[in-house]
Design a protein around this ligand. Structure first.
Ligand SMILES: O=C(O)CCC(=O)C(=O)O
Ligand SMILES: [Mn+2]
Length: 202
């Protein structure tokens, strides 16, 4: 891991206010990233959750799991995720991300995109439990997918391709002013796993 091999991408929040995305394209070496990817796919007890939209139950287009203090839970889009405690290998990754980002993280939402037909739609990580202007760290493994951002007001767009073993840290305010997504793509038939680390007060 090279602590200095990163890019700082400027992100405009509002007139006169900037934030940034810190991005390490080659954060983990290939061997470590390969091990983490196969551990994630093969050992995480993946949830297949559904959301209800106007009375219809629709499976979300990805598998997921929520790690943290098991006496807590997290609710988004009416899905209640009871936390599962961190296995040692995710705990190790969590500590490494904390050191790199210089931020505390005590939760991880882990997403498994089986192929290009899995996705996550436009949203912000702005649940009240995450506190005011949370910093979110995201480590990507497997197939390279495009992470898109869109400003809520100006509709300005950013797109960052996330390679195997990369780390992306969204700075303060980005969740308030921007949304992000990983869109479906017909050109990818390989799996991707993404760890998003967050901090919650309780
Ligand atoms: O897969 C990604 O890179 C993004 C996932 C995401 O936005 C989320 O879990 O909140
Ligand atoms: Mn998100």
């Amino acid at each position: 891991m090279d602590l200095f091999d990163h890019q700082l991408i400027p992100v405009t929040l509002s007139e006169g206010r900037q934030s940034s995305i810190a991005f390490w394209p080659n954060w983990l070496d290939k061997e470590r990233a390969d091990v983490l990817l196969s551990k994630a796919i093969n050992t995480i007890d993946w949830r297949r959750d559904s959301i209800k939209i106007v009375g219809k139950t629709i499976p979300i287009p990805r598998l997921q799991q929520w790690f943290g203090d098991p006496s807590t839970s997290y609710t988004y889009s009416n899905i209640r995720l009871q936390a599962v405690s961190f296995p040692d290998w995710i705990e190790q990754l969590r500590e490494q991300v904390e050191t790199q980002a210089d931020q505390r993280f005590n939760r991880a939402l882990v997403n498994y995109y089986r192929d290009g037909s899995d996705s996550v739609d436009w949203h912000a990580d702005d649940e009240p439990e995450l506190g005011f202007e949370p910093v979110i760290a995201s480590c990507s493994l497997g197939a390279e997918r495009v992470f898109q951002l869109r400003h809520n007001v100006t509709k300005e767009r950013l797109a960052i391709s996330l390679p195997h073993g990369s780390l992306l840290v969204m700075g303060p305010g980005i969740q308030r002013y921007w949304q992000h997504r990983v869109a479906k793509t017909k050109t990818i038939d390989q799996p991707r796993v993404n760890f998003t680390f967050r901090y919650m007060g309780r």
